[in-house]
Structures are given as C-alpha cells and as structure tokens.
Design a protein around this ligand. Structure first.
Ligand code: CTP
Length: 394
C-alpha cells in the first residue's frame, strides 16, 4: 500500500488537516506528516502522530544528522498533499524556494502534488497569489480552488479550505491506477455555432460538461488528452490541451488534424447538422431578413472518424435521443463504426443537456448496460474504464 506525504502550513484551517490525515489513514495509506514552523503555531506533531500512528516531521528533523537525507527519502512517494497551503507557502513554492523541510521535499517530489489553498479572500484574490497559482499549475501541480463561506476573520468569501472529504476524493482520483498511461485521447465537447451573419447563429444548449468530465477522467487515468471544445462557459480544465473552436467546420478541422495520432476518440459534442449556406460579413437588417434560410449539411465528424479509423483505435460516440434510445444507439454504433455508443434520453429529467447528472445506456457490439443516474464525472470514468479495457485488448 502506498505512502502519502501530507504537508501542513500555518493557518487556522490546520486543524482540518488532522481530520484529513485520519481519513487518508482510514483509506489504507501510510501518512507521513510534515509541519512548517507556522503550522506548529496552530497544531502539534502529536495531533498528527496520534491519528497516523507514525511520527510527524518538523524542520528540527531536517537538520538532524541521522539516517538517509530526510527530504529525499520522504519525497519518494506517489502523492504529496499540502493542506492548508498558505499564501506564503504558495508564493515560495511557485519560485522553488526551499528553505524548510516542506519546501525541499516539494522540489524533490517524485510523484504528484496536490495543493489545497486556504486564506482570507482578499489574499486569495491578490494578483501575487493568483500569479503563484498559475505558475504552480503550469509546473504540473494540481491546485484546488478554495471554497466559499465563512472565513476566520468573520467575513465570508472565497478562501476556505475544501472539506477533508473533498480533498480525500481528489487525492484518491490522483492515486488511481494509471489505466491509460501513455495513451492519447481525443475528445470533442460542447455545442457548435453556425453563424448566419455577425450577430446571429444557430446552436444548441450543450454546455460541454459531459465532454470535460470525460477529458478529466482520461487525464486522471494517465492519458495525454486533447479536448476540442465548442463555445462553453465552463472553466478550462487543467492539464489538458484545449483547442477552442466555434463552428462544426472548425471542429472537424481540429479533429482531422489530431485523429490519426490518437488511441481513442470520444465524441460528446453536440455538433450542428446544418449550417447556413452563406455567412454574411455584415449584419442583415430586419427589413432584409427573408423567411427562408438556405442551409447545407456539416460533416459528421464521428462518422468521418469511423470511416478512417484503424482497428487499433477505440471510438466512442453519443446518441442524444427523445425516442427509442436503445434502437437509435445501436443504429449509430453500426453506421458510425464505433466501439460503443452512449445513449441518453434527453427528454428525461436529470439527463442530457446542461444537467449535472446523466442516465445512460452503454451500447456495444456485445450488448447493453444501463449506467446511472450518476454525476457526469462518474459517467466519464465509466467511459474511460471501457476505453482502457478495449485498448488493453489491442
Ligand atoms: N456527431 C459528430 N458530427 C456531427 C454530428 C454528430 O461528430 N456533425 C457525433 C456526436 O458528437 C455524437 C454522435 O455523432 O457522438 C451522434 O450525434 P447525434 O446528433 O445524436 O446524431 P446524428 O448523427 O446527428 O443523428 P440524428 O440526428 O439522425 O439522430
């Protein structure tokens, strides 16, 4: 079973780190806790050793002259979590400043790093902190956004340490087996916009949430992920290459340029099937608007991929339906040469466009399986589990 390092920095939320250490221990991990001097002003090493059953380390240990070099030995772990991560800690970590045990350990960290900031909201919003967070993310660290709510000052705002359960869930995701290690996954998501003139377009209510969930699940399973994303209000996912597109033609061009190099393609996008035959460069005046709009078909991106795919590639499509979902999904499975089609009934509450949850039918050549109701993230993970299993067999 693996060992996790939990770094604790100075902040009122340090007491929650004791609960987190306890939950990590209950999940079966050996937890080595490292406290900064500021953390010791809030909690003691004893609080942690009591729940982890192991000694907790402080800077005094860094300078003790016994055994292997402590920070290097501690750094040989799959995951380092820092919770709470103070503004001071983030600023130093972004610059690689290694003046204490936790700082040196972080530079030597062999595995993943999960940072969980907690501070007053104005400190969190400060450009210096935001700069540090951007830098840390660019360096490949996972930085959670703090939660909104009651802060130590008595005010409310964004800056609370996420609940230990939430940090635990993220940690477990990061530790999950890398079932797609080395694989390249291409995902389409969101709606497309087909412009009539500069102020009018044809589109649909897709938010991109399902595709982002698939892309994140693939990333967490170790894949290199490219997400071709139509117009979406959602924040760009971390650690994923995002190609922003607007129209079906742009989405097709982006997929075409990447498809040959991918091991798996998951098409979640709600691509417009038709576009205006002509896009005018100037706004059409109301008086000049006709009652008819000449249209033409867009390329069916998934069907194109199905027609050029190799037998080593895995293709997953979606079928958003209001009618006979199983029959429609089976039809699309055959017609678009997919390994699986995820059917969902968009007429049902809690499924389809813009919902947080989804209820699906996974249809493959071997049969059908109902999945959910579950969060889109969970559905994304099920899809990725299917992709990983298929890739293993090829
Ligand atoms: N799709 C695509 N490019 C298109 C249209 C659809 O890649 N131009 C993909 C979607 O991303 C989805 C699947 O095809 O994975 C099914 O899309 P859907 O709109 O449900 O089906 P259509 O093929 O358009 O069929 P119909 O409208 O007849 O249901």
């Amino acid at each position: 079973m693996s060992r996790i390092v939990l770094g604790v920095t100075g902040g009122v939320a340090a007491y929650k780190a004791v609960m987190l250490a306890s939950r990590l221990r209950q999940s079966g991990y050996d937890v080595d806790v490292v406290l900064t001097p500021a953390a010791e002003a809030f909690v003691t090493p004893l609080s942690f050793s009591a729940v982890t059953g192991r000694r907790a380390y402080t800077d005094r240990d860094l300078f003790a002259a016994e055994g292997p070099i402590l920070h290097v030995a501690l750094a040989q772990t799959d995951l380092v979590i820092v919770a709470p991560a103070s503004a001071d800690f983030l600023a130093k970590a972004a610059h690689g400043i290694a003046g204490d045990l936790l700082g040196t350990l972080l530079l030597a960290a062999a595995g993943k790093v999960l940072l969980c900031p907690a501070m007053e909201d104005d400190m969190w919003r400060h450009p210096a902190t935001q700069r540090a967070v951007r830098q840390l993310r660019a360096d490949g660290r996972t930085v959670l956004d703090p939660a909104a709510g009651h802060l130590a000052s008595g005010r409310s705002g964004v800056g609370r340490l996420p609940e230990p359960e939430e940090i635990l869930a993220q940690a477990l995701r990061m530790l999950r087996a890398q079932t797609l290690g080395g694989a390249r996954v291409l995902v389409t998501a969101g709606p497309t916009r087909e412009y009539i003139d500069p102020v009018r377009f044809i589109s649909n209510p897709s938010t991109g949430r399902m595709g982002i969930a698939v892309a994140e699940a693939a990333r967490d399973a170790g894949a290199a992920v490219t997400l071709v994303l139509g117009p979406s209000e959602l924040p760009a996912p971390q650690g994923i290459e995002v190609l922003d597109v607007t129209s079906a033609a742009e989405m097709y061009a982006a997929v075409e340029s990447r498809f040959r190099d991918c091991d798996a393609f998951v098409a979640t996008a709600a691509v417009a099937d038709l576009r205006p035959r002509e896009r005018l460069g100037r706004k059409i005046k109301k008086a000049d608007l006709g009652m008819e709009l000449p249209m033409e078909r867009t390329t069916d991106i998934l069907a194109w991929a199905g027609s050029v795919r190799t037998s080593r590639q895995v293709l997953v499509g979606f079928a958003a339906e209001t009618g006979d979902v199983p029959a429609q999904a089976r039809k699309k499975l055959m017609e678009k040469h997919c390994d699986m089609v995820v059917g969902n009934d968009i007429g049902e509450p809690g499924a389809g466009f813009a919902a947080d949850t989804n209820r699906c039918l996974f249809v493959t050549g071997e049969g059908e399986q109902e999945v959910g109701p579950a969060s889109k993230r969970q559905i994304g993970e099920e899809i990725i589990a299917f992709v990983a299993e298929r890739l293993r067999g090829r």
